[in-house]
Write a protein that binds this ligand. Structure first.
Ligand code: NAP
Length: 301
């Protein structure tokens, strides 16, 4: 079911050629992207199972990517497609359904519908890297995920890149931003625990840079098939938690002990490089966790 937005895309607000864009799985990142694109004059449809109430600028499509038959009436002549659906739970069945089956269904529906998108973007994850020595990884590093989450994501990337359309997999690190304050809340409550023997690196990207990167890549004539989208400062858990605790006036976080639960997602430990992204001309709005968390903390007071 497609519903109309309150405002039509005017076209060419920044001199860009207006495009017809589908955001499939239009949630936290997808909505930020859709609003950014609508603001630039593009015509944007946001697809998800529940009705989109949040944005007046994105046309809402209620459909289930996991059910092929619900993708039969996509808007015509799409220029760009962004696949930003998320599993919504840490279970293999959900990962397969959303990342593998859903993507496959959408690519088939686009082909069946005679679409010729200039590019399909898929938001992948840095979880496809299993490296655990704290070293640097980039787009050319081995991807040998041990956990089902990384394996299913990699399966989806391969499906995308072997598919019928020009495509780019954008490997996002941990997303934070407005209303995504889990780490802030944990530190503020005094429950923060870090692994530090050896230092455990974390990688992240602000929601607005997720949207910004996707918009930037859409404007490139021939973006790379794989792009890592992370900020410029992988930082140890301890560094981030201690900085947050100081900024929040919260109790100091503590080091993990043998009795603490092991990490749930396979325990990889790596520093993700954004050199390729920056070389492509993208300027991060929030280059470090300090830049991104400072306004979020200020908004708390
Ligand atoms: N969160 C992170 O830290 C992180 C890190 C790396 C990569 N990523 C990736 O980044 C992307 C964006 O993440 P996000 O945080 O924006 O996710 P999100 O807020 O959970 O949004 C995902 C959207 O997908 C929709 N969706 C889920 N299953 C669907 C289905 N079967 N059919 C149609 N729509 C469906 C959901 O809406 P309904 O439930 O209404 O359908 C929701 O609006 C995802 O691909 C995620 O895997 C996230």
């Amino acid at each position: 079911m497609v519903s109309e937005p309150q405002r039509e895309g005017g076209g060419g607000a920044t001199g860009e050629e207006p495009s017809r864009v589908l955001v499939a799985g239009c949630g936290y990142v997808g909505t930020a992207l859709g609003e950014l694109l609508a603001g630039q004059g593009h015509e944007v449809w946001g697809l998800r199972r529940s009705r989109m109430e949040a944005s007046p600028f994105i046309r809402s499509i209620e459909a289930d990517l996991a059910v092929a038959s619900s993708l039969e009436s996509l808007p015509g002549n799409l220029d760009f497609v962004f696949y930003t659906a998320a599993a919504g739970g840490f279970e293999e069945g959900r990962y397969k359904s959303v990342y593998v089956d859903g993507l496959s269904n959408l690519l088939e529906a686009l082909e069946r519908g005679g679409h010729r998108p200039r590019r399909v973007f898929f938001t992948s994850s840095t979880s496809i890297y299993a490296q655990s020595d704290g070293g640097w990884v980039d787009e050319d590093s081995p991807t040998e995920p041990g956990a089902f989450s990384g394996r299913r994501m990699l399966e989806a990337e391969r499906l995308l890149l072997a598919g019928p359309f020009p495509a780019t997999a954008v490997r996002l690190a941990g997303i934070y931003g407005p209303h995504r304050r889990r780490l802030i809340d944990t530190v503020r409550s005094g429950r923060a625990v870090y692994r530090d023997d050896p230092p455990h690196y974390t990688n992240r990207i602000h929601r607005d840079d997720c949207a910004g990167v996707l918009h930037h890549l859409m404007g490139l004539p021939d973006p790379d098939p794989i792009v890592l989208a992370v900020d410029s400062e992988p930082a140890s858990q301890r560094t981030v938690m201690e900085w947050l605790a100081t900024a929040l006036g919260a109790p100091a976080p503590r080091a993990a002990e043998a009795t603490d639960d092991p990490p749930r997602r396979g325990g990889s430990n790596k520093r993700c490089s954004n050199a390729r992204l920056l070389a492509s001309g993208y300027a991060l709005r929030y280059p470090t966790f300090r830049d991104g968390y400072t306004p979020l903390i200020q908004a708390l007071t």
